[in-house]
Design a binder for this molecule. Structure first.
Ligand SMILES: NC(=O)C1=CN([C@@H]2O[C@H](COP(=O)(O)OP(=O)(O)OC[C@H]3O[C@@H](n4cnc5c(N)ncnc54)[C@H](O)[C@@H]3O)[C@@H](O)[C@H]2O)C=CC1
Ligand SMILES: O=C(O)CCC(=O)C(=O)O
Length: 434
């Protein structure tokens, strides 16, 4: 009898990763892989490697709450692919986090790290929790216990977490401290995105937004769109969205609409960035800002703009919304914001999509710089970091653009082609026998 095919055995194990729910992040990722296969030549025979995570860890994270009760949270760390180096990718705290979502986020890290040629595989982690409902003490306990639980798979040479949605430098500091306490020595290189006093890198906080701006500026130049005076709409005003907004405004663009979980604010003459950032900080979101008009959340997708930046959650750009967009260019600050069907609509309508796996790679690029600086204990200036970041992003986009022209495909498929060639070549060269 023939051995069962990997697909059959994955089904038999009860995992959902072979037939995910339509429009789920993992199904979006699998469809992106299907689309790149014709451009991989003989390397396509290794494609199954990309369709299954190397290692998925589910952990139970019990903590004592401030009222004395004990609550259990579910946490994850998925290492999607380790062919090119240690796992690398952020940690998300969100009430909707699932294993399947973390699988997709870790897979996009594999593609992203290869697209900008960082010596990393892809990984991601998360806890299903609404951190806004925890006290600071509960948040610290949760982070420390989660770090101890995933301590068996992370490490500066194994897998290096970093911030993602609802996590930040303070959370990275607690993770570093817990890992170090368990290891019996300070190990700064186990996470990136740390505070600068603890081995963090200058420039990391704004690096993802900066990468969105730099790729956006390059793409705009190539399609003849003048940034000075361009109208930009942004969904998500957290780490990524707010940093990108500031840089676009600094280049003379008008931020005409901003949406976050507290509402959507618009002003066709441009929202004043300093005031908006101050108000968002004070009120925990943009919804209380008085320098613009509050509009219906769904109307955001019809904003009269040149550039639209989704910088919040996955699956936001549906086919229906894609048909209504007025933007000439979509810059994916978020991971996985566009569904495959919407990609097709946007391509048909001639809307340029700069995909997540290159557009938001600025964060992990500076995380790589941080990891290198931690190893050498020699720290660079912010100017050095920004210069190196800009060069990596511009060079990577050029290669992707050339690939898109050569194969006559979208920038997303071209980014996957560049990345998958690197990943699968590494896989092939490592061989099959341990
Ligand atoms: N932080 C980083 O370095 C990187 C983040 N990303 C991606 O960028 C996206 C945003 O991440 P961060 O800015 O770090 O997170 P954050 O936690 O700093 O901000 C998230 C923003 O999204 C908004 N948001 C949440 N739910 C929303 C909803 N239903 N509708 C509209 N807005 C909503 C929040 O209000 C907040 O403004 C995520 O997709 C993340 O994976 C990608 C690369 C690196
Ligand atoms: O900085 C990092 O290591 C990862 C950032 C991240 O999670 C992402 O790019 O989606």
């Amino acid at each position: 009898m023939n051995a069962p095919s990997p697909t059959v055995s994955a089904h038999a194990s009860g995992l959902s990763y072979v037939s995910p729910a339509p429009d789920s992040p993992w199904s979006t990722y699998l469809s992106q892989i299907d689309r790149v296969l014709p451009y991989l030549g003989s390397l396509a025979r290794w494609a199954e490697t990309l369709r299954r995570p190397k290692r998925s860890l589910i952990v139970d994270v019990p903590i004592e709450m401030d009222d004395g009760t004990v609550r259990h949270f579910e946490g994850y760390r998925v290492q999607h692919n380790l062919s090119r180096g240690p796992g690398k990718g952020g940690v998300r705290y969100h009430p909707d986090v699932t294993l399947e979502e973390v699988m997709a986020l870790s897979a996009w890290m594999t593609i992203k790290n290869a697209a900008v040629n960082l010596p990393f595989g892809g990984a991601k982690g998360g806890i299903r929790v609404d951190p806004k409902k925890l006290s600071l003490k509960e948040l610290e306990k949760l982070t420390r216990r989660y770090t101890s639980e995933i301590g068996i798979v992370i490490g500066p040479q194994q897998d290096i977490p970093a911030p993602d949605m609802n996590t930040n430098a303070q959370i990275m500091a607690w993770m570093m401290d817990t890992y170090s306490a368990n290891a019996g020595a300070t190990v700064t290189g186990v996470v990136t995105g740390k505070p600068v006093h603890l081995g963090g890198s200058l420039g990391r906080v704004k690096a993802t937004g900066r990468g969105v701006f730099v790729t956006g500026r390059e793409a705009a130049r190539r399609i003849g769109l003048e940034l000075n005076g361009a109208r930009v709409a942004i969904q998500g005003f957290g780490n990524v969205g707010s940093a990108a907004a500031e840089l676009f405004a600094g280049a003379g663009a008008k931020i005409v609409a901003v949406q976050d979980h507290t509402g959507t604010m618009a002003n066709p003459n441009g929202l004043e960035m300093g005031a908006l950032i101050g108000s968002a900080r004070l009120h925990g979101g943009v919804g209380e800002f008085r320098g613009g008009e509050r509009i219906d959340d769904e109307a955001f997708w019809e904003t009269d703009c040149d550039i639209l930046v989704p910088a919040a959650l996955e699956g936001q750009v549906t086919a229906k919304r894609a048909r209504r967009l007025k933007a000439k260019m979509l810059l994916e600050g978020a991971n996985g914001p566009t569904l495959p069907e919407a990609d097709d609509v946007l391509a048909e309508r001639g809307v340029l999509v700069v995909p997540d796996v290159i557009c938001n790679a600025g964060g992990v690029t500076v995380s790589y710089f941080e990891w290198v600086q931690d190893f050498s204990s020699f720290f660079w200036t912010e100017d050095e970091i920004n210069l190196r970041l800009d060069k990596i992003m511009v060079d990577a986009l050029k290669k992707i653009w050339d690939t898109a022209d050569r194969h006559r495909v979208t920038l997303r498929t071209a980014t996957f082609a560049v990345a998958c060639e690197r990943i699968l070549t590494a896989r092939q060269e490592r061989g099959l026998y341990p």
